[in-house]
Design a protein around this ligand. Structure first.
Ligand SMILES: Nc1ncnc2c1ncn2[C@@H]1O[C@H](COP(=O)(O)OP(=O)(O)OP(=O)(O)O)[C@@H](O)[C@H]1O
Ligand SMILES: [Mg+2]
Length: 183
């Protein structure tokens, strides 16, 4: 079972490759509704609807048009295994939104894994991209916006190890405070 943080890493890497300047990562963990929803939205190059269909099912496409990628099909399969669903909305030149919904308590629902560590790597290794991460549970919401952090840092780089440590701890403590992202 692939941890959810690794699926998120794959999908966000797609957004970075699509030259997104701003990426939203939103997680909704709702125990009462027994659902987990992960949204990843970017303002990158987007895809037309034919291409979205091909990407969702790489095995129907001819191999000559593109290399066979598995990031999206694997995430889709993970959601569908858990009585959930998966959707891509995309527009050429505008951006893409990927939505994966899971039944939170489903036996096959993978754990989050190291969400703080994964997000910290994404935020600090891609200084030219802004990230807005929002995680909501029944107990509250945690949010972090790298654009605000970069403004406060001025000349200090977001990749500075002290900054990276601070970001990771902020996420760890934020998630603890809302009982989110755990297993
Ligand atoms: N956010 C996005 N914006 C624009 N194009 C995208 C986006 N996400 C995916 N794509 C397109 O869909 C293709 C398939 O994505 P997918 O993650 O399934 O495979 P991949 O990235 O090609 O390979 P990998 O297996 O390494 O992830 C990408 O190569 C890219 O062309
Ligand atoms: Mg990919």
């Amino acid at each position: 079972m692939r941890e959810l943080s690794l699926h998120i890493l794959d999908i966000v890497e797609n957004s970075i490759n699509a030259r997104a300047k701003l990426i939203y990562i939103k997680v909704y963990e709702r125990k009462k509704q027994d659902e987990l929803i992960i949204y990843i939205e970017d303002n990158g190059c987007g895809m037309d609807s034919d291409f979205v269909q091909k990407v969702l099912d790489p095995f129907v496409t001819t191999r000559t048009t593109r290399k066979v990628g598995l990031g999206i099909p694997l995430f889709k399969a993970a959601a569908e295994r858990c009585e959930g669903n998966f959707n891509i909305e995309s527009e050429l030149g505008k951006g893409t939104r990927v939505t994966a919904k899971f039944r939170l308590s489903h036996i096959d629902r993978a754990p989050f894994g190291d969400l703080p560590g994964t997000l910290t790597v994404l935020f600090t290794a891609n200084p030219k991209t802004d990230f807005k991460y929002k995680h909501t549970t029944d107990d509250g919401t945690y949010e972090i916006n790298t654009k605000e952090i970069k403004m406060v840092l001025e000349d200090v780089k977001i990749s500075n190890p002290l900054v990276a440590d601070w970001i990771k701890n902020n996420i760890v403590e934020g998630l603890i405070s809302i009982n989110g992202g755990g297993e």
